[in-house]
Design a protein around this ligand. Structure first.
Ligand SMILES: [Cu+2]
Length: 397
């Protein structure tokens, strides 16, 4: 999406600020030009202006405080060892976009946010396949991921409370990996152990705890394996009658991307310095910046919609907020007891490695952005739109 800024020029001595005050004119010139393109193609200009108006201060503050240090672990496949472990390697590539970014965004097939059906019967069979694969994380931005056969995030898994979940993990990657399910109460040294390339592991757990949970590779360095795309969400549906029925269920997995290059030519790789500094280039819902702005999620006026949100991190929280409404019911941390739910709150934090479930019922037709209200995240792509009713036109706020 071209609502993010062009990155600053490279420097061999110090990390340039993402936006400097003296560079603000150029920044807005670029944004204005790209916004004009978006008006024609997407008609969503207002949200981008709104994003830009809010993000510049945050970005400048963060750039000023950015740490440039960080240790580099041993070399391994998929890691960009050409990047020196110096302050210079934390140069931001946020907002990098080719000239045809808007067309690419329109052509992108979004990751399906719809919750799939849970399997019938007492056992839920889940087969996960790990794969080294080049994916796109933003229009025209390629990333050499350690991910899943379908990219990143991994498949949304939906089971019912009380089902036995049988996990089979096949490692189709080049190095050892593993899978850690936060929904499971198991001995991790057995179930979550490393799996050699070309081999599989099978283990089971009883899904006694309802909620929405992260799953991820737990092989060291975990920071790198998660940041490279090895994560996903599992929904454990509470017993019937516990939650009010909803018309739509959507699953969102928030995450950060730390890039060794802008990814517009060769695929970018993981940058450990940025990951240690917690300064991502991109942040996404379901792995691709702004995909639900271009391809909104939908609801009818008056329908109750449930968002099952996981923050895969690896390191930053998601402050979940829907512009233009309140969260009618929130189940913070994915604790699914209605007696402890919150009602009519504006923003709820989903911690890295955690989940949250949010019900909204919106009566008025319109375009309602959902965001992490830590607004640098929006600038870096963590934004989507819930389209309520058959509305057209531009976003307003
Ligand atoms: Cu891994």
């Amino acid at each position: 999406m071209s609502y993010m800024s062009a990155s600053s020029p490279a420097s061999s001595t110090a990390p340039p600020p993402r936006f400097s005050r003296s560079g603000a004119g150029g920044f807005y010139a670029v944004v204005s030009m790209l916004l004009g393109l978006l008006v024609a193609v997407l008609g969503f200009v207002a949200i981008f202006m709104w994003i830009d108006a809010h993000d510049a201060k945050n970005a400048a503050n963060r750039a000023a405080s950015r740490a440039g240090s960080g240790s580099m672990p041993a070399s391994m496949p998929g890691m960009d060892m050409s990047a020196p472990a110096t302050a210079g390697s934390t140069q931001s590539f946020a907002g990098a976009a080719p000239a045809n970014a808007a067309a690419l965004a329109a052509a992108h097939k979004p990751y399906s946010a719809a919750l799939p059906a849970a399997p019938a019967g007492p056992v839920a069979d889940v087969h996960l396949v790990l794969k080294d694969v080049t994916i796109q994380i933003a229009p025209g931005v390629k990333y050499a991921a350690w991910a899943w056969a379908g990219g990143a995030p991994g498949p949304v898994i939906h089971v019912r409370q009380g089902q036995l979940v049988k996990i089979t993990l096949t490692n189709g990657g080049a190095i050892p990996h593993s899978v850690d399910f936060h929904a499971a109460r198991v001995a991790p040294n057995k179930a979550f152990r490393d799996v050699a390339p070309g081999t599989s592991i099978t283990w089971t757990f009883r899904a006694n705890d309802p909620g929405v949970f992260m799953y991820h590779c737990g092989t060291k360095p975990v920071l790198m394996h998660i940041a490279n795309g090895m994560y996903g969400a599992i929904v454990v549906e509470p017993k019937p009658g516990v939650l009010p029925p909803v018309a739509k269920n959507y699953v969102l997995v928030a995450s950060e991307w730390y890039l060794s290059s802008n990814g517009l030519g060769q695929p970018a790789q993981f940058n450990m310095d940025k990951a240690h500094a917690r300064t991502p280039d991109w942040m996404t819902f379901n792995g691709y910046a702004g995909q639900y702005v271009t391809h909104p999620l939908t609801a009818k006026p008056g329908e109750r919609v449930r968002f099952w949100v996981v923050d895969a991190g690896p390191s930053l929280d998601t402050d979940f907020h829907i512009v233009g409404t309140l969260l009618n019911t929130a189940y913070p941390f994915g604790a699914m007891d209605p007696a402890s739910a919150l009602h009519n709150v504006q923003t709820v934090t989903v911690p890295a490695g955690g989940g949250g479930v949010f019900d909204v019922k919106i009566d008025k037709p319109g375009l309602y952005p959902f965001v992490s209200h830590a607004f640098a995240a929006v600038d870096e792509g963590q934004v989507g739109v819930l389209k309520v009713g058959n509305v057209k036109g531009t976003m307003s706020h």
